[in-house]
Every structure is written in structure tokens, then in C-alpha cells.
Design a protein around this ligand. Structure first.
Ligand code: ADE
Length: 230
């Protein structure tokens, strides 16, 4: 097994990279691929940058050039719904791209035209590994459900309402759905785990800065626990 670990921002991987042994770093597509071992497991950790294109390029390089067999995407997300508050964790059951709109051709919102699936389902094994890790390693609540991805930092109550009604999503972020798409095309099991940093509302930007560090610490602890169990 070679595990690819992707996050969008350097803060999100900083703590995990400290655990890496025999680290070698390669640069490709303006991204640093850190190849090494964590707790004896082969891993490639990379910061992909923000948004769907960066994330997709990164995921495909991990698959094609580093032969990863599994992918985990960690990071932060905006929470959708009153039950989910900053600090909570959302493990994706599946992901969709909320900004994909070919409704003019009769496709439903989010459907990628001519693709044989609507959503991208995460690996059941990785989901249960993540759920166990959450239960044993944080005091925060964890949820399993759909994550909606798009090239937009959502800071608008109307948009959250729409994401909930249209997709029944628990969280929104900007990379997971495109990593999921690449993994789907390459038949690679994956999971996305997000710590909630804000409620995607009008104060989202402020909350985000405040909760970022708690959220990052959270997901690092979960990842460490998962790696120990793998
Ligand atoms: N990541 C963290 N918070 C987010 C939000 N509100 N929208 C999109 N991505 C996010």
C-alpha cells in the first residue's frame, strides 16, 4: 500500500509532516511531493493548493507517478446545517461538485455530463477507519455524509440553504469532489475528512481564521490514528 495524503493548505499538513521518516521531496506542477514513511507506512504527502484544478492535477500525479493505492484528503470545510459547528468533523460518504451545471441539457445540477455516476463514493473501509479514529481521538462530534465541492468559498446563507436542499450536503469545501473524481476515473479507493472551521455564513471568513488551528489539529490527530491502524 502506498497512501497519498492531500491537503489544500500548508498549515493543514505541517503537523503531519513532522512525523515523516526518510523524507524525500520532489517538485512537480509547482507542488512538493513529500515521499517517506509515517509509522512504517509508505506515504506521499502533498499540499495541492486551493480549488478543484489544483486538487485534480495533484491527485492524478499521485496516481500516475507515485503509484499510490489509496488517497486521503484532509482539511477544513464550512458546515451546513445547525447541528454541525466549528470543531466538528465530517467524513464524506460521497462527494459531488456543486458548481457543475449542465442543467441546460437536462442534467440535474451537479451531474457531470456523460459520466456514469452522479456522486463519487468513498471507500467503505477508509470511512470506517476514519470513523473509529474520530471516535477515539477527539472530543468533537463526527458525522458521515455528503460533501459538496466547488470553486467558491461559501459565505452566504442562501447558498448554504441551496446546498442543503439540492444535495443534502453536510459540508462544503473546494477540493474533495475533484480528488474524488480523479480517484473514481483511476479506480483508487479514497476518503475525504474535513474539520469544520466555519458555518459558511456571512461571518464565515472570520470564523475560518479563528477555528483554522483547532480544525487542523483535529484532522492531524485523526490521520495519525488512521495511519497507526492501517
Ligand atoms: N473551507 C472552509 N470553509 C469553507 C467555506 N465556507 N466554503 C468553502 N470552503 C471552505
Amino acid at each position: 500500500m502506498i497512501l497519498g495524503i492531500i491537503s489544500a493548505m500548508s498549515e493543514e499538513l505541517e503537523l503531519l509532516l513532522k512525523e515523516m521518516d526518510n523524507k524525500e521531496t520532489y517538485k512537480k506542477a509547482n507542488m512538493e511531493f513529500n515521499v517517506g514513511e509515517i509509522y512504517g507506512k509508505k506515504v506521499v504527502c502533498v499540499v495541492c493548493g486551493i480549488g478543484k484544478v489544483n486538487a485534480a492535477v495533484c491527485a492524478q500525479i499521485l496516481v500516475s507517478e507515485y503509484n499510490v493505492t489509496n488517497v486521503i484528503n484532509v482539511g477544513i470545510a464550512g458546515g451546513i446545517g445547525e447541528d454541525i459547528v466549528p470543531g466538528d468533523l465530517v467524513i464524506a460518504s460521497d462527494l459531488i461538485q456543486h458548481d457543475m451545471d449542465a442543467t441546460a441539457f437536462g442534467d440535474k445540477h451537479g451531474q457531470i455530463p456523460r459520466l456514469d455516476t452522479f456522486d463519487f463514493k468513498c471507500s467503505e473501509d477508509l470511512i470506517s477507519l476514519a470513523k473509529n479514529a474520530c471516535e477515539k481521538n477527539t472530543n468533537h462530534k463526527s458525522f458521515i455524509g455528503r460533501i459538496a465541492t466547488g470553486d467558491q468559498f461559501v459565505a452566504d446563507v442562501e447558498k448554504i440553504r441551496w446546498l442543503k436542499e439540492m444535495f443534502n450536503a453536510l459540508a462544503c469545501e473546494m477540493e474533495g469532489g475533484s480528488i474524488a473524481h480523479v480517484c473514481y476515473l483511476n479506480n483508487i479507493p479514497f476518503v475525504v475528512i474535513r474539520s469544520i472551521s466555519d458555518n459558511a455564513n456571512t461571518g464565515a471568513h472570520m470564523d475560518f481564521e479563528k477555528f483554522k488551528y483547532i480544525a487542523v489539529e483535529n484532522s492531524t490527530n485523526i490521520l495519525k490514528a488512521m495511519l497507526k491502524e492501517m
